[in-house]
Design a protein around this ligand. Structure first.
Ligand code: G4P
Length: 188
């Protein structure tokens, strides 16, 4: 997606060889006009898949996922990284290990928001190691939902996420793919 790639080139900052800082438009401050365009882009790609729900993982996936759900005219479901105190009904959890952040969390979903009639897309800000996305797939499928695809704003192609997810047969649509981060340079 042209506008996103331009924004990354202009405002993205490579930290070491692994991390792309994009907190001026995606992770901290959010460029809402860009998010709107991102929502339209995902809509165009997934519009014929009979999507009934957009799923994301808190927190940075929420902005692009909201815009996508708005375009598709379906609810947005935000998976939690721990069980909220207010979640008293039945829920399921799966453990996700984040290699980037070096921690583990329990991805949590209330049973009542996904059922076997659901056709779901997962939208997230980054695809790195793919573990959060695989965790989301496990939860959705355990409740009988079908994962029709995955939409990613920024994919780091030098990390193994895409390979792990494609190996399991899922379609991934990324709007920008980072080939390499080296000496402060971003190679798209
Ligand atoms: P995975 O999601 O593909 O499994 O990768 P991993 O566990 O290694 O990293 C996930 C977390 O790290 C996510 O944040 C993701 O947004 C963030 N992340 C990964 N690579 C980058 C990067 O190059 N730049 C930035 N800015 N973030 C990156 P999270 O834990 O879900 O937190 P949140 O920001 O969504 O709240």
């Amino acid at each position: 997606m042209k506008e996103l790639i331009e924004e990354i080139k202009e405002k993205g900052i490579a930290i070491g060889n692994e991390i792309l800082k994009v907190d001026s438009f995606l992770n901290h401050q959010v460029d809402v006009k860009l998010m709107k365009k991102i929502g339209k882009e995902f809509f165009e790609y997934f519009k014929n898949k009979n999507i009934t729900k957009v799923v994301t993982i808190e927190s940075s996936g929420i902005a692009p996922a909201t815009m996508t759900a708005l375009e598709l005219d379906v609810p947005l479901l935000i998976l939690k990284k721990k069980k909220p105190n207010t979640m008293e009904d039945e829920f399921i959890q799966t453990t996700v290990k984040s290699f980037t952040k070096g921690n583990e969390y329990k991805l949590t979903i209330s049973k009542k928001y996904i059922n076997p009639n659901d056709n779901v897309i997962i939208i997230d800000d980054f695809l790195a190691n793919g573990e959060s996305c695989l965790g989301a797939i496990r939860l959705i499928e355990e409740l009988g939902g079908k994962v029709q695809g995955i939409g990613i704003v920024i994919e780091k192609s030098f990390q193994p996420g895409r390979e792990k997810i494609e190996k399991r047969g899922y379609d991934i649509y990324s709007l920008a793919r980072i080939k390499k981060l080296e000496n402060g340079k971003i190679e798209m």
